[in-house]
Ligand binder design. Sequence first.
Ligand code: FES
Length: 150
Amino acid sequence: MDRDSSPDNPMTVPAADSPTRAFPTGPVVVSVCTTCKTADGRMVGPDMFAAVTAALGANDEMVTIRPVQCLSVCKRPATVAVSSADGYTFLFGDLETESGTAALASFVQSYRTSDYGLVPWRERPQVLRKGMIARVPPLAWSPDDGRPPP
Ligand code: FES
């Protein structure tokens, strides 16, 4: 569970009705590990990449799907990262092709309309809540700084 899911933790991200929204400005980048394989050696990365590309990457200039060699969480295949130039980076593992792709499609839509791509916990599909490995703040700012960048 993230810190932002706690009712005791007031987030410094602007509220939904705030005039200072900070949606990610560039494409959402979905990095799919194409070298992931299960413990018994079955390759799952290429199928995940194909499924994610078909579901998300065909005709949307605001989404970039890219294959990557390894995200260094090889024990939790398949693995996918969602990021943007000025937004959060999320890393997910334990994704099955069908359920993972559907969850990622929903997540990417929420990411595009969330300040700094920080998708609220309640908007994260269950499979991504369970598969969350990391979330990394944007380079320019972290909620721990107490304010958004100027
Ligand atoms: S091979 Fe996929 S994370 Fe390492």
